[in-house]
Design a protein around this ligand. Sequence first.
Ligand code: URA
Length: 243
Amino acid sequence: MQRSRLDKFISQKLNVPKKQVRLMLAQKRVKVNGNVADSIDLIVDKFSVIECDGEILQANKASYIMLHKPIGVVSATKDDKHKTVIDLLDIKDYPEKHLLHIVGRLDLNTSGLILLTNDSSWSESLTLPENKVDKVYRVTLENPIASDELKQQYLSAFAKGMYFAYEDLTTKPATLQFISENEVLITLQEGKYHQIKRMFGRFQNPVIGLHRLSVGNLQLDSNLLVTQSRQLTACEVREISVK
Ligand code: URA
């Protein structure tokens, strides 16, 4: 359920006519998020805690998690061959982990910040191209980028965008920051299939290491070791895509 009127929700859940729901509300037998609810047109969503006569009808809690993904773990909820990011979450800490989905996948051999949630509106807002949420990666390259002239060629090609014939699209402008001859920070606002590897591939420069450092305003905690995870704070959830 995304959003629904309270009377509709209760009527469907308990299989009773709306007229009866109105009576239940008037008798103050229904609570939403701990408060007595007596209005039929109160809007509830999948994260509203709804009780009737003390019985919980819905108690889904929104969950937002950062995980430090290691290399060799797949960004999927199920996989026959590899361990998944969901497998890394301890069931004791995340009893509802089966309800989570991944916000923006990383390749098998990419490490770094991965986000998981059960809130599809939040994940959509982070992945919609028009919301222009920056994703920053540290890229380790096989071949050095040493001269200013070569750096300039990379900068302008990444800023201009590259045409990917398979998808028939041109990548959005991406920025580069050179950290050393073989290390670059790249900022992207989208996530096409193997995008970074393919972009450096245009320069015949294989990516030998890829690590995501941040999504929007949220950086991977420096003290979160590989495979570790934590819940985001309400403030982090709210502020992640604020410009
Ligand atoms: N681009 C890639 O090539 N791989 C990733 O995992 C993310 C972006």
